[in-house]
Design a protein around this ligand. Structure first.
Ligand code: HEC
Length: 182
């Protein structure tokens, strides 16, 4: 096929496509699409929300943050790094809250209530008796008290296989536990 013939062929196809397009537009203008109803818009939003929900971190992801921050809290207190301890206990509480938002209830167990009990019980005590007083003395007992509530909720929610213990090694190797030199 010569270049000229090819050019003609392309031109013909383009012309055909344009006339089909014109016909379609005419057909459409005789019968304009109905404007989207509120129900259509709601259904579309619902679909988008469902997709977003699938992308959201689940309770397990938040619990992995709880686990890591709770272990960091242990090292922060043991190194008397009170600033870091203040930071980590706040992170633990936040991640617990997020887990309870992701899973407010399971098998009739009220996770929001159990998280509140954890925050107002052993975590509040660690804040007032250990961190605020800059005294690690009570931590030996309060940390295991908190662990009991971690594991209590795991048992109650059918996750008894997840057993938290006092860390036997730091949760990460890339962080210093000592307080910042003044
Ligand atoms: C209010 C209930 C509750 C409390 C309190 C709680 N957990 Fe959990 N935890 C859960 C549930 C439910 C799961 C399972 C989540 C899932 O279904 O993905 C879980 C899962 C975990 C996991 C497994 C995550 C994984 O995917 O490997 C770890 C680790 C964990 N929790 C640590 C802790 C620690 C540490 C504490 C205490 C500081 C704690 N949890 C307190 C309810 C709780």
């Amino acid at each position: 096929m010569s270049v000229l013939q090819q050019g003609l062929g392309v031109g013909l196809v383009a012309a055909l496509a344009t006339s089909v397009g014109v016909l379609l537009v005419q057909a459409n203008s005789n019968n304009p699409p109905a404007p989207p109803t509120l129900a259509d818009a709601a259904a579309r939003l619902e679909k988008r929300l469902e997709a977003l929900e699938k992308l959201m971190p689940g309770p397990g992801e938040f619990m992995r943050s709880v686990q890591s921050d709770f272990a960091k809290l242990y090292y922060a207190v043991n190194y008397e790094n009170w600033e870091l301890a203040t930071f980590e206990i706040k992170e633990v509480k936040e991640a617990l809250d997020q887990a309870a938002i992701a899973l407010p209830e399971k098998n009739g167990v009220n996770l929001v209530g159990l998280v509140d009990a954890m925050k107002s019980g052993p975590l509040a005590k660690i804040e007032s008796e250990v961190i605020a007083k800059k005294d690690g003395g009570a931590f030996k007992d309060l940390y295991p008290d908190a662990i009991q509530l971690c594991n209590g909720c795991h048992t109650q929610t059918g996750n008894g296989c997840i057993r938290v213990q006092v860390p036997s090694a730091p949760p990460v190797y890339s962080q210093k536990w000592e307080p910042q030199p003044k």
